[in-house]
Design a protein around this ligand. Structure first.
Ligand SMILES: [Zn+2]
Length: 281
Protein backbone atom coordinates (compact mmCIF):
# COMPACT_ATOMS: atom_id res chain seq x y z
CA UNK A 1 0.00 0.00 0.00
CA UNK A 2 1.44 3.35 -1.01
CA UNK A 3 0.06 6.55 0.47
CA UNK A 4 0.82 9.63 -1.61
CA UNK A 5 -0.64 12.69 0.12
CA UNK A 6 -3.58 10.58 1.37
CA UNK A 7 -4.19 9.05 -2.06
CA UNK A 8 -3.89 5.32 -1.55
CA UNK A 9 -2.53 2.93 -4.17
CA UNK A 10 -2.64 -0.79 -3.52
CA UNK A 11 0.05 -2.64 -5.48
CA UNK A 12 -0.85 -6.35 -5.69
CA UNK A 13 -3.44 -7.97 -3.48
CA UNK A 14 -2.51 -11.42 -2.23
CA UNK A 15 -4.53 -13.53 0.18
CA UNK A 16 -4.64 -11.91 3.60
CA UNK A 17 -4.49 -8.37 2.26
CA UNK A 18 -7.72 -7.34 4.00
CA UNK A 19 -6.44 -8.63 7.33
CA UNK A 20 -3.15 -6.81 6.84
CA UNK A 21 -5.00 -3.60 5.97
CA UNK A 22 -7.09 -3.92 9.16
CA UNK A 23 -4.00 -4.57 11.29
CA UNK A 24 -2.34 -1.55 9.71
CA UNK A 25 -5.46 0.56 10.51
CA UNK A 26 -5.56 1.58 6.86
CA UNK A 27 -8.83 3.09 5.72
CA UNK A 28 -9.77 0.64 3.00
CA UNK A 29 -12.48 2.79 1.47
CA UNK A 30 -9.87 5.41 0.65
CA UNK A 31 -8.26 3.01 -1.83
CA UNK A 32 -9.15 4.32 -5.29
CA UNK A 33 -6.43 2.55 -7.28
CA UNK A 34 -5.43 -1.11 -7.29
CA UNK A 35 -2.68 -2.34 -9.62
CA UNK A 36 -1.99 -6.06 -10.11
CA UNK A 37 1.44 -7.06 -11.45
CA UNK A 38 0.58 -10.55 -12.74
CA UNK A 39 -1.86 -13.39 -12.36
CA UNK A 40 -0.03 -15.73 -9.99
CA UNK A 41 -2.36 -16.38 -7.07
CA UNK A 42 -0.10 -14.93 -4.39
CA UNK A 43 -0.41 -11.55 -6.13
CA UNK A 44 -4.15 -11.24 -6.75
CA UNK A 45 -6.30 -13.81 -4.91
CA UNK A 46 -7.16 -11.28 -2.22
CA UNK A 47 -8.81 -9.05 -4.79
CA UNK A 48 -12.15 -10.91 -4.97
CA UNK A 49 -12.71 -10.55 -1.24
CA UNK A 50 -11.63 -6.93 -1.15
CA UNK A 51 -13.90 -5.95 -4.04
CA UNK A 52 -16.93 -7.50 -2.34
CA UNK A 53 -16.03 -5.93 1.01
CA UNK A 54 -16.16 -2.55 -0.74
CA UNK A 55 -19.76 -3.34 -1.75
CA UNK A 56 -20.68 -4.52 1.75
CA UNK A 57 -19.29 -1.30 3.21
CA UNK A 58 -21.55 0.67 0.86
CA UNK A 59 -18.97 1.99 -1.53
CA UNK A 60 -20.38 3.98 -4.45
CA UNK A 61 -17.20 5.73 -5.58
CA UNK A 62 -15.54 4.28 -8.68
CA UNK A 63 -12.52 2.03 -8.28
CA UNK A 64 -9.66 2.07 -10.78
CA UNK A 65 -8.12 -1.32 -11.43
CA UNK A 66 -5.02 -1.97 -13.54
CA UNK A 67 -3.65 -5.37 -14.46
CA UNK A 68 -3.16 -8.02 -17.15
CA UNK A 69 -6.00 -8.12 -19.74
CA UNK A 70 -7.38 -11.45 -18.42
CA UNK A 71 -8.01 -9.98 -14.96
CA UNK A 72 -11.20 -8.18 -15.96
CA UNK A 73 -12.77 -11.41 -17.25
CA UNK A 74 -11.83 -13.24 -14.05
CA UNK A 75 -13.59 -10.66 -11.93
CA UNK A 76 -16.66 -10.42 -14.13
CA UNK A 77 -17.13 -14.19 -14.30
CA UNK A 78 -16.66 -14.48 -10.54
CA UNK A 79 -19.39 -11.89 -10.03
CA UNK A 80 -21.63 -13.48 -12.66
CA UNK A 81 -21.60 -17.02 -11.25
CA UNK A 82 -22.18 -15.66 -7.76
CA UNK A 83 -24.93 -13.33 -9.04
CA UNK A 84 -23.33 -10.65 -6.93
CA UNK A 85 -24.13 -7.00 -7.47
CA UNK A 86 -21.27 -4.53 -7.19
CA UNK A 87 -22.39 -1.20 -5.76
CA UNK A 88 -19.76 0.91 -7.50
CA UNK A 89 -18.24 1.23 -10.99
CA UNK A 90 -15.01 -0.59 -11.74
CA UNK A 91 -12.79 1.17 -14.26
CA UNK A 92 -10.42 -1.41 -15.66
CA UNK A 93 -7.29 -0.59 -17.63
CA UNK A 94 -5.30 -3.48 -19.09
CA UNK A 95 -1.52 -3.37 -18.71
CA UNK A 96 0.93 -4.53 -21.40
CA UNK A 97 4.50 -5.76 -21.29
CA UNK A 98 5.98 -4.07 -24.38
CA UNK A 99 6.96 -0.74 -22.87
CA UNK A 100 6.57 1.54 -19.89
CA UNK A 101 3.25 3.37 -19.78
CA UNK A 102 1.45 5.94 -17.64
CA UNK A 103 -1.68 4.33 -16.20
CA UNK A 104 -2.95 7.27 -14.17
CA UNK A 105 -1.94 10.82 -13.38
CA UNK A 106 -3.39 13.91 -11.76
CA UNK A 107 -1.92 17.15 -10.48
CA UNK A 108 0.13 15.57 -7.70
CA UNK A 109 1.07 12.01 -8.68
CA UNK A 110 1.53 9.59 -11.58
CA UNK A 111 1.32 5.80 -11.72
CA UNK A 112 3.34 4.01 -14.42
CA UNK A 113 3.77 0.38 -15.32
CA UNK A 114 6.96 -1.11 -16.73
CA UNK A 115 7.69 -4.61 -18.04
CA UNK A 116 9.67 -7.14 -16.01
CA UNK A 117 10.70 -10.72 -16.88
CA UNK A 118 8.66 -13.42 -15.18
CA UNK A 119 7.21 -16.78 -16.24
CA UNK A 120 3.96 -15.10 -17.34
CA UNK A 121 3.37 -11.49 -18.51
CA UNK A 122 4.21 -9.23 -15.56
CA UNK A 123 4.68 -5.51 -14.95
CA UNK A 124 6.22 -3.51 -12.17
CA UNK A 125 4.77 -0.17 -11.06
CA UNK A 126 6.25 3.23 -10.41
CA UNK A 127 4.67 6.05 -8.43
CA UNK A 128 6.07 9.55 -8.82
CA UNK A 129 5.12 12.73 -7.03
CA UNK A 130 4.68 15.63 -9.44
CA UNK A 131 7.02 18.59 -8.88
CA UNK A 132 5.29 21.14 -6.64
CA UNK A 133 4.92 24.69 -7.87
CA UNK A 134 7.02 27.49 -6.45
CA UNK A 135 5.56 29.41 -3.52
CA UNK A 136 6.11 33.15 -3.20
CA UNK A 137 7.31 34.21 0.27
CA UNK A 138 4.54 35.96 2.20
CA UNK A 139 6.73 38.75 3.51
CA UNK A 140 7.83 39.58 -0.04
CA UNK A 141 4.21 39.80 -1.18
CA UNK A 142 3.41 42.21 1.67
CA UNK A 143 6.58 44.28 1.54
CA UNK A 144 6.58 44.83 -2.24
CA UNK A 145 2.77 44.80 -2.56
CA UNK A 146 3.04 42.29 -5.39
CA UNK A 147 0.06 42.14 -7.72
CA UNK A 148 -1.67 38.89 -8.61
CA UNK A 149 -0.14 38.97 -12.11
CA UNK A 150 3.33 39.39 -10.61
CA UNK A 151 2.77 36.55 -8.14
CA UNK A 152 1.65 34.23 -10.92
CA UNK A 153 4.74 35.12 -13.01
CA UNK A 154 7.02 34.35 -10.05
CA UNK A 155 5.21 31.02 -9.48
CA UNK A 156 5.96 30.13 -13.12
CA UNK A 157 9.64 30.71 -12.37
CA UNK A 158 9.90 34.06 -14.13
CA UNK A 159 11.64 37.19 -12.82
CA UNK A 160 9.33 40.22 -12.66
CA UNK A 161 10.11 43.64 -14.10
CA UNK A 162 8.16 46.29 -12.14
CA UNK A 163 6.83 49.64 -13.43
CA UNK A 164 9.40 51.49 -11.28
CA UNK A 165 12.24 49.72 -13.15
CA UNK A 166 13.22 47.34 -10.36
CA UNK A 167 13.36 43.57 -10.90
CA UNK A 168 12.04 40.93 -8.48
CA UNK A 169 14.16 37.80 -8.80
CA UNK A 170 12.22 34.57 -8.64
CA UNK A 171 15.13 32.81 -6.90
CA UNK A 172 14.94 35.28 -4.01
CA UNK A 173 11.18 35.79 -3.76
CA UNK A 174 10.16 32.13 -3.87
CA UNK A 175 10.50 29.12 -1.59
CA UNK A 176 12.14 26.20 -3.38
CA UNK A 177 9.71 23.28 -3.11
CA UNK A 178 11.11 19.94 -1.94
CA UNK A 179 12.13 17.66 -4.83
CA UNK A 180 9.45 15.11 -5.79
CA UNK A 181 9.81 11.55 -4.50
CA UNK A 182 9.32 8.22 -6.25
CA UNK A 183 8.71 4.58 -5.40
CA UNK A 184 9.11 1.58 -7.70
CA UNK A 185 7.69 -1.89 -7.16
CA UNK A 186 9.58 -4.40 -9.30
CA UNK A 187 7.12 -7.25 -8.77
CA UNK A 188 8.25 -10.83 -9.50
CA UNK A 189 11.12 -10.89 -11.96
CA UNK A 190 14.29 -12.67 -12.85
CA UNK A 191 17.45 -10.55 -12.96
CA UNK A 192 16.97 -8.22 -15.92
CA UNK A 193 19.20 -5.17 -16.35
CA UNK A 194 16.47 -3.32 -18.18
CA UNK A 195 14.64 -3.04 -14.83
CA UNK A 196 17.46 -0.76 -13.65
CA UNK A 197 16.67 1.56 -16.57
CA UNK A 198 12.96 1.67 -15.79
CA UNK A 199 13.55 2.51 -12.12
CA UNK A 200 16.61 4.75 -12.54
CA UNK A 201 17.07 7.13 -9.61
CA UNK A 202 13.91 6.33 -7.64
CA UNK A 203 14.05 7.13 -3.93
CA UNK A 204 12.79 3.72 -2.84
CA UNK A 205 12.86 0.47 -4.81
CA UNK A 206 11.10 -2.73 -3.87
CA UNK A 207 12.74 -5.67 -5.65
CA UNK A 208 11.97 -9.29 -5.04
CA UNK A 209 14.73 -11.50 -3.61
CA UNK A 210 13.31 -15.01 -3.54
CA UNK A 211 16.62 -16.90 -3.27
CA UNK A 212 20.20 -16.54 -2.02
CA UNK A 213 23.19 -16.32 -4.35
CA UNK A 214 23.92 -20.06 -4.08
CA UNK A 215 20.55 -20.74 -5.73
CA UNK A 216 21.18 -18.53 -8.73
CA UNK A 217 20.39 -21.29 -11.24
CA UNK A 218 17.08 -22.07 -9.60
CA UNK A 219 16.29 -18.35 -9.57
CA UNK A 220 16.91 -18.09 -13.31
CA UNK A 221 14.86 -21.21 -14.04
CA UNK A 222 11.87 -20.02 -12.02
CA UNK A 223 12.10 -16.40 -13.21
CA UNK A 224 12.93 -15.06 -9.77
CA UNK A 225 15.93 -13.14 -8.39
CA UNK A 226 18.57 -13.65 -5.74
CA UNK A 227 19.28 -11.06 -3.05
CA UNK A 228 22.59 -10.22 -4.74
CA UNK A 229 20.80 -9.64 -8.05
CA UNK A 230 18.18 -7.40 -6.43
CA UNK A 231 20.99 -5.35 -4.88
CA UNK A 232 22.81 -5.14 -8.23
CA UNK A 233 19.72 -3.65 -9.85
CA UNK A 234 19.47 -1.12 -6.98
CA UNK A 235 23.14 -0.18 -7.42
CA UNK A 236 22.89 0.11 -11.20
CA UNK A 237 19.75 2.22 -10.91
CA UNK A 238 21.35 4.39 -8.21
CA UNK A 239 18.22 4.29 -6.08
CA UNK A 240 18.07 5.84 -2.60
CA UNK A 241 17.00 2.75 -0.69
CA UNK A 242 16.22 -0.89 -1.50
CA UNK A 243 13.59 -3.03 0.19
CA UNK A 244 13.70 -6.76 -0.58
CA UNK A 245 10.82 -9.19 -0.22
CA UNK A 246 9.06 -12.27 -1.64
CA UNK A 247 11.56 -14.40 0.28
CA UNK A 248 11.17 -18.15 -0.30
CA UNK A 249 9.49 -20.10 2.51
CA UNK A 250 12.61 -22.31 2.64
CA UNK A 251 14.32 -19.54 4.66
CA UNK A 252 13.31 -19.13 8.29
CA UNK A 253 13.73 -15.36 8.01
CA UNK A 254 15.25 -12.79 5.67
CA UNK A 255 18.45 -12.19 7.71
CA UNK A 256 20.89 -14.05 5.42
CA UNK A 257 19.36 -12.56 2.27
CA UNK A 258 19.52 -9.10 3.79
CA UNK A 259 23.21 -9.50 4.65
CA UNK A 260 23.88 -10.74 1.14
CA UNK A 261 22.13 -7.75 -0.45
CA UNK A 262 23.83 -5.25 1.86
CA UNK A 263 27.26 -6.39 0.64
CA UNK A 264 26.32 -5.00 -2.78
CA UNK A 265 23.90 -2.24 -1.76
CA UNK A 266 24.29 -1.18 1.90
CA UNK A 267 21.07 0.85 2.21
CA UNK A 268 18.83 -2.23 2.03
CA UNK A 269 16.04 -3.30 4.37
CA UNK A 270 13.95 -6.48 4.38
CA UNK A 271 10.19 -6.28 4.01
CA UNK A 272 8.09 -7.78 6.81
CA UNK A 273 4.40 -7.82 7.71
CA UNK A 274 3.27 -4.41 8.88
CA UNK A 275 6.51 -2.64 7.97
CA UNK A 276 6.02 1.06 7.22
CA UNK A 277 8.72 2.93 5.29
CA UNK A 278 8.85 6.64 4.74
CA UNK A 279 10.11 7.45 1.26
CA UNK A 280 12.95 9.88 1.92
CA UNK A 281 14.44 12.32 -0.54
ZN1 LIG B 1 4.88 -14.87 -9.70
Amino acid sequence: MVNVHEKQFLLDCGEGTQIALRHGKIRMMRIDHIAISHLHGDHYLGLFGLLSTFSLLGRTRALNLYGPPELEGLILSHEKVGESVRGYPLHFKATQTESAEILFEDGSVSLESFPVRHRIPTTGFLLREKPRELGVKRDWIARLELTLTEILSLKRGEDVQRPDGTVVLCDQACHVPPPPRSYAFAADTRYWEKVAEWVQGVNLLYHEATFDAAMKDRATKTFHSTATQAARIAAKAEVGQLVIGHVSARYENADALLEEAQLVFPNTVAASDGLILEVSR
